[in-house]
Design a protein around this ligand. Structure first.
Ligand code: SF4
Length: 401
């Protein structure tokens, strides 16, 4: 649980398992999507039972759960919403994240669940924040175009909780107000179907020279605001959001751990140690990412924030190979394998807190203790026990230098 005067770290959870990972690795709150009404139709969205299980798991550990209802809905989509909203209240959902006024009205009419206004609403100023507050919102997730300083002003003048993105993929449009996917692929970006058309390679022609070149000029670098934590605290920002419900378990765990650890250290000591900063930054680079930018958190984002490269150009990429299902001296480390690894591979275990644990797969056994040389995804294997390893720890393996 976080100290009340520092922002919460709000992590994405695209599935029940990712929710558990984010919670165990230190997130103070998580956001999830149900089967409908969210913006990530391709995520493993939660069934009604999974929502209840996720809320129970998080609440038992003092962590809040927000449910996204941030799709823009047509009248024909709204009729099923009241029942869903009543269910969310019954299972004690901590807040819903909404962008559409019709949804705000429905949530208010059928429940008392706190309403957070989604970044999709592109709130950028005090007047707009005050209007949302009047409409019943308790928090606003500001547009990514607002700086931390501007956000502090909006918070002070509108007297409302403020949430800002601190990490993750960026949208090249005003936080989702883009219909390229609708026009080019028949997929509605604002109702969950964004095809990431901004990440494609486009051809440019200079009309004066007729010179042609290919470029990814609409693709943004990824947001990374680790060094700005003191500024977020100074400006009284309530919640720091990590983008990425579609991203991996390793992403959910690493981000939750790094940001909550860094925030905890700064809140206690009121400064960072440069060695720690470098270590945290190194961890952030170990998950798949585009180059990082602070986008508009301090200065307005410009050409320096364009990621003019093919996707997945990452430095030092690591891949999750599995998670621990049991660990003790007798059983060894029983691993549920996600991606194959070989005997002799150097692995790294991410504990929920503290330094990573190195482990060489010097011996791999199946559950009947027969030795194997190469693991297969979805199987259970046994590795020699190493002190400090616990159930649910993630295991990774370096896949590029
Ligand atoms: S295609 Fe790109 S700019 Fe458009 S909504 Fe999707 S992420 Fe945003």
């Amino acid at each position: 649980m976080k100290h009340p005067s520092v922002p919460e770290i709000l992590a994405p959870a695209g599935s029940l398992e990712k929710l558990k990972v984010a919670v165990l690795y230190g997130a103070h709150a998580v956001y999830v999507g149900g089967q409908k009404f969210g913006l990530r139709t391709a995520a493993d969205n939660f069934t009604l039972d999974e929502l209840k299980a996720g809320l129970d798991f998080a609440h038992e550990r003092g962590v809040k759960v927000y449910v996204v209802l941030n799709s823009f809905l047509h009248d024909k989509d709204l009729f099923e919403l009241p029942e869903f909203v009543k269910y969310l209240e019954e299972i004690k959902t901590d807040a819903v994240i909404v962008s559409d006024l019709g949804v705000v009205k429905t949530v208010r009419e059928y429940s008392q669940i706190p309403i957070h206004i989604s970044t999709q609403a592109s709130t950028l100023n005090v007047h707009s924040a005050k209007l949302w507050k009047k409409a019943g919102a308790s928090r606003i997730v500001l547009g990514r175009e607002v700086s931390v300083k501007e956000a502090g002003k909006i918070k002070r003048e509108a007297q409302i909780e403020i949430e800002m993105f601190i990490h993750g993929s960026m949208c090249m449009a005003y936080s989702g107000h883009c219909v390229i996917s609708n026009f080019t692929q028949g997929r509605d970006s604002n109702r969950g179907g964004c095809a990431h058309s901004c990440r494609f390679e486009y051809s440019l022609e200079d009309l004066s020279t007729l010179e042609k070149k290919k470029a990814y000029f609409m693709s943004s670098k990824d947001l990374e605001g680790l060094r700005l934590l003191p500024l977020f605290i100074e400006e009284g920002i309530d919640s720091l959001k990590i983008e990425g419900r579609m991203k991996s378990h390793l992403y959910a765990g690493t981000m939750s751990k790094v940001y909550s650890e860094a925030l905890g250290f700064y809140s206690e000591h009121h400064h960072f140690l440069s060695d720690d900063l470098l270590r945290w930054e190194e961890e952030l680079k170990r998950v798949s990412h585009r180059d990082y930018t602070q986008a508009s958190l301090v200065e307005k984002a410009g050409a320096q924030s364009i990621f003019n490269e093919r996707e997945n150009s990452t430095e030092g990429q690591w891949r999750m190979v599995g998670s621990v299902v049991e660990a003790n001296p007798k059983a060894g480390i029983v691993v549920e394998v996600r991606n194959a690894f070989n005997k002799g591979d150097e692995l790294e275990i991410l504990p929920f807190k503290g330094p990573n644990i190195s482990l060489v797969a010097s011996e791999i056994q199946d559950l009947s203790r027969k030795e194997i040389l190469r693991t297969k995804p979805t199987t259970l294997v046994r590795l020699p026990y190493v002190e400090g390893v616990e159930k649910m720890h993630l295991i990774r393996h370096r896949i590029s230098p």
